[in-house]
Design a protein around this ligand. Structure first.
Ligand SMILES: [Ca+2]
Ligand SMILES: [Ca+2]
Length: 298
């Protein structure tokens, strides 16, 4: 809209100068203007491709390109590993072990200063978000890394703002994943339109595909993504346990650190992996998780 108005304004400005006619502006709501044998009629959204000329005046009209609305997603989720009484513990942050580069495929970065925030908005870790096709819940339309706050808010890489996604307005499945937790997908499509859309995955199990098989009931009204998927294959299995066992005693940013306190310990296995063996993601990820980048040795 802005483009065509500008073109028309410029064209008419030229005409005005050539004809020495008093200047005036064309508003953006649709109107008509005429001078020197040329009449311009326009409405917003109208496609009108033609050349107009009279004497030395020439006006070109073209396509109006619709501007895509920005969609903001204000989502919320909990991870079972660091979950503690309505918040998540930020042990990775306090030990300086969250990388400024996302571990997922897009490898976006953040400023280290986002990790200085404490309390409910302290950053816990990176998570992965996908917008999937309404006609096929396995087809990914858009995806991105995001940061997770202690109170469950999923934010952009500035540590504060809602995520902004670049997709046409419409209905989509929404999926969230984490490097050592089982991802979840919405049971139904979510309507995404311009403005900020709230998608809270912490308190209503009916929103989650697979219900109780997909997400852990924390017993206090909140639900959290199952911990224990060390190798990121979408299932918590004995093979995850075996792999974590040999990493006990190591520290840092590790998929084996299931409670996310920066240490790989027996408690990670006993409390955050073994109880979940047999659990699996309740949506199709087409084999290995597309979002998993970290492998066994991390
Ligand atoms: Ca696994
Ligand atoms: Ca741990």
């Amino acid at each position: 809209m802005k483009t065509i108005v500008t073109i028309l304004s410029m064209a008419f400005s030229i005409a005005v100068q050539a004809q020495s006619i008093e200047k005036f502006s064309i508003d953006s709501g649709g109107a008509s203007a005429s001078e020197g044998g040329i009449q311009i009629l326009y409405t917003i959204g109208e496609v009108n491709v033609q050349e107009l000329s009279a004497g030395n005046i020439q006006v070109s009209e073209g396509f109006i390109n619709p501007q895509q609305l920005l969609i903001k997603i204000d989502s919320k989720l909990f991870l079972q590993g660091p979950y503690n009484a309505g918040l998540m513990l930020d042990g990775l942050r306090t030990t300086g072990n969250i990388p400024t580069t996302s571990p997922y495929a897009d490898a976006i970065t953040c400023n280290a200063s986002v990790f200085t925030v404490t309390g409910a908005n302290a950053i816990i870790d990176w998570v992965w978000m996908e917008i999937r096709d309404s006609a096929d819940g396995t087809t990914v339309i858009a995806s991105m890394s995001a940061l997770l706050q202690a109170d469950g808010d999923v934010v952009a890489n500035d540590g504060i703002s809602p995520l902004i996604i670049n997709v046409p307005e419409g209905n989509y499945y929404f999926m969230v994943g984490h490097r050592n937790h089982l991802g979840v997908r919405t049971a139904n499509t979510v309507s995404l339109v311009g403005g900020t859309q709230s998608i809270d995955l912490t308190g209503n199990i009916a929103l989650i595909e697979g219900g109780n098989n997909a997400i852990a009931n924390m017993g206090d009204g909140n639900f959290a993504l199952f911990s224990g998927d060390f190798d990121g294959n979408g299932q918590v299995q004995n093979s995850d346990k075996v792999a974590v066992e040999i990493l006990r005693g190591t520290s840092g940013f590790s998929n084996a650190d299931l409670d996310m306190n920066s240490e790989v310990q027996n408690t990670d296995i006993q409390n955050k992996l073994s109880p979940n063996i047999g659990k699996g993601e309740q949506f199709t990820s087409k084999g290995l998780k597309l979002y998993a980048k970290l492998k066994k040795n991390n």
